[in-house]
Ligand binder design. Structure first.
Ligand SMILES: [Zn+2]
Ligand SMILES: [Zn+2]
Length: 243
């Protein structure tokens, strides 16, 4: 069988042989690049010149944001996008497992620094209708992996998506905040008062979705909200302000 269909990496099409045989290992370096620093304030990672002591980086949350920062494994490059796409839209669950493994591997250290500021992990929810069609929740799977890898409890139903929204990627930039406004609600009696919550999503782009989720958590009394994502648009290049 292998002679007729030689195994190729699903991300780059390269032939997988011998030790690169395991899923996507040939592309691993690009899925989980090594960064030189993480921003003290928000946890974004970068290479090259780091922000000066205590200064904001280009990806620090805008003033008025409800979340403190976003810890991510990779920028949203071509192969990363392909990996996420195979997982979400083609049901390639092994891609999701790889993403979960890499999140635990790369985010354990920065999450360790946050330590007791994180009491509970919760995924950014899908609308039930989309979840039914897809058969699984990608953020739910990643949240479960992160919980198992860090020992922090996971509450998969802390937030609900109460309004069906268009995918943020299909909405013009200036309308993305409105697109998700009021789209989420906190489960009645959710145990968030005074606690630090780690929201989990597969990809963070404009940040409007996580900000709206974080806003609901803060309204419910959460002390602080951090975010962990596999990919983050704009991460990985220099992160000095004005770059
Ligand atoms: Zn590859
Ligand atoms: Zn920052």
């Amino acid at each position: 069988m292998d002679l007729l269909y030689p195994p190729v990496c699903p991300l780059c099409g390269r032939l997988l042989t011998g030790r690169t045989r395991r899923s996507a290992s040939a592309c691993r370096a690009e899925l989980a690049p090594r960064y030189e620093w993480r921003c003290d304030r928000c946890g974004a990672a970068g290479v090259g010149a780091a922000p000066e002591n205590g200064r904001s980086c280009r990806l620090c949350p805008p003033s008025g944001a409800s979340y403190q920062g976003v810890l991510s494994v990779a920028g949203y490059g071509e192969r990363v996008a392909r990996c996420v796409h195979l997982f979400k839209y083609h049901g390639r669950l092994e891609m999701g497992r790889l993403m979960g493994v890499l999140m635990v591997e790369r985010l354990a250290a920065p999450l360790g620094i946050l330590g007791r500021r994180i009491d509970l992990i919760a995924p950014v929810p899908l609308h039930w209708c989309r979840r039914l069609r897809r058969g699984f929740s990608q953020s739910g799977r990643l949240a479960a992996a992160l919980g198992a890898g860090t020992g922090v409890g996971v509450d998969p139903c802390l937030l609900r998506r109460i309004r069906y929204t268009r995918a943020q990627a299909l909405v013009p930039r200036e309308r993305r905040a409105d697109n998700v406004r009021g789209a989420f609600s906190l489960r009645r009696g959710a145990p968030v008062r005074g606690r630090g919550i780690l929201l989990v999503d597969d990809v963070v782009t404009s940040g409007h979705t996580i900000d709206e989720c974080a806003r609901m958590l803060r309204l419910g009394g959460a002390r602080e909200v951090w975010v962990a994502s596999f990919a983050r648009a704009g991460m990985g290049r220099g992160l000095q302000p004005g770059d």
